[in-house]
Design a protein around this ligand. Structure first.
Ligand code: PLP
Length: 420
């Protein structure tokens, strides 16, 4: 494969963009290479600026559940263009998207739209603190909740891939409001609450972790977390920015039957445009300004283009529940075809090939992976036209656009690269 155009663009990019990318995970640093610049996407396929074609398992890092340039979504965006790109005033489309979200996720009784997953989690923890009058937040090692100051403690993939333990630039006082615990350990959670319970505003968790690679909750873990938070009067925030509308129409909370107090969404709900949302119990969300005293705002929040794309996505998914059956099937085939000596974790259309004998249940076990071997596997797959996330600590995403032929080709490439 030739990458001369990508290389030229990257030389230009590093001149005035830090690291040449607008989000660190896009750089290929940990896998030994340079990012491929994309020219266009179609269905399950990506085409780079040198004309190479790839089967895409990144899906823009989660949003593209229906693949690139899905007709229904393009039509909705084109329709929105007819009315204008932004008003800074309410529009009917926002109500339709709010209805669609509340309808799909019953624990969300009220919802506020924002522009990214980071904004959603940042706002949700502010609301949790305002509502409870407490300051501490519990999070889990390896979970990523966006680049929010107090949530960037032990924050999984993006930092881990670069070998950054914790970012600089977060005041110690902010980091001190965060308690980071091992994922999947109820004893650790019990102990933290026994010591700090009266000061903990909320527990925030990726109910299925995607950001240290895919790590599902052990049986009883989320149930235990729900019980402990109720017992101590702390809120439970499910960060479903990745899992929402992906692991089930109603997200991980539907799949596992848990009702959190607050939920954050992003990625899929924007249909490929920038949207985030946070919502939950009415008594809590009624505290958000201007209904209540907890301030949160956004110039482009509820943007008509983004709302139209998101609404088209959610409507399609509601009308086509068979999408989830298909995702499950395709995911299972990729799981079964994993190379020798690899641990596969999968929940629906999210999966990771961990290059370790496993099992992988938390950050300690995830980081045992042979990342050099992952790098060889990644480069081999890329060379064979399979575009995976350039990090061992990310989930791969299957979408509704992946064909049987895509899967055959991916499995064949995997057989060739598995021993690298
Ligand atoms: C991607 C992600 C975020 C951050 O969303 P952005 O839109 O990138 O700000 C937050 N939480 C989880 C679980 C995510 O996967």
């Amino acid at each position: 494969m030739i990458h001369t155009q990508s290389e030229a663009l990257f030389r230009r990019a590093v001149q005035n963009i830090p690291g040449g990318v607008n989000s660190p995970v896009r750089a290929f640093r940990s896998v030994g290479g340079q990012p491929v610049f994309m020219a266009r996407g179609e269905g399950s396929h990506l085409f780079d600026v040198d004309g190479n074609e790839y089967i895409d398992y990144v899906g823009s890092w989660g949003p593209l559940l229906l693949g690139h340039r899905r007709a229904e979504i393009l039509e909705a965006i084109a329709g929105a263009l007819e009315i204008g790109t932004s008003f800074g005033a309410p529009t009917a489309g926002e109500l339709d998207l709010a209805d669609a979200i509340c309808d799909a996720v019953p624990s969300i009784e009220m919802v506020r739209l924002v522009n990214s997953g980071t904004e959603a989690t940042m706002s949700a923890i502010r609301v949790a603190r305002g509502f409870t009058g407490r300051d501490l937040i519990v999070k889990f090692e390896g979970c990523y909740h966006g680049h929010v100051d107090s949530l960037l403690v032990k924050a999984g993939s993006g930092l881990a891939t670069l070998g950054i333990a914790d970012t600089q630039g977060v005041p110690k006082a902010f980091a001190d409001t965060t308690i980071a615990l091992p994922y999947n350990s109820l004893p650790a959670l019990e102990e933290a609450f026994a010591v700090h319970g009266a000061r903990i505003a909320a527990v925030i968790v990726e109910p299925v972790v995607g950001n240290m690679g895919c790590v599902p909750p052990l049986p009883g873990y989320l149930e235990g977390m729900r019980e402990i938070t109720v017992r101590y009067g702390a809120l439970l925030i499910f960060d479903e920015v990745m899992t929402g509308f992906r692991v089930a129409f109603g997200g991980a909370q539907q799949r596992y039957g848990i009702r959190p107090d607050l939920t954050t969404l992003g990625k899929v709900i924007g249909g490929g445009l920038p949207v985030g949302a946070y919502g939950g119990r009415k008594d809590i969300m009624s505290m958000v300004a201007p209904a209540g005293p907890i301030y949160q705002a956004g110039t482009l929040s509820g943007n008509p283009l983004a709302v139209a794309a998101g609404l088209a996505m959610l409507r399609y998914l509601k009308q086509h529940p068979e999408v989830y059956t298909r995702l499950e099937e395709v995911g299972a085939r990729l799981e079964a075809g994993a190379p020798e000596g690899v641990t596969v974790n999968r929940v629906g259309s999210m999966f990771t090939y961990f290059f370790t004998p496993g099992p992988v249940t938390d950050w300690e076990s995830a980081k045992q992976c042979d990342t050099a071997r992952f790098g060889r596997f990644f480069r081999g797959m890329l060379e064979r036209g399979v575009y995976l996330a350039p990090s061992q600590f990310e989930a791969a995403f299957v979408g509704a656009a992946h064909s049987d032929e895509d899967i055959e080709k991916t499995l064949a490439a995997g057989r060739e690269c598995g021993g690298l």
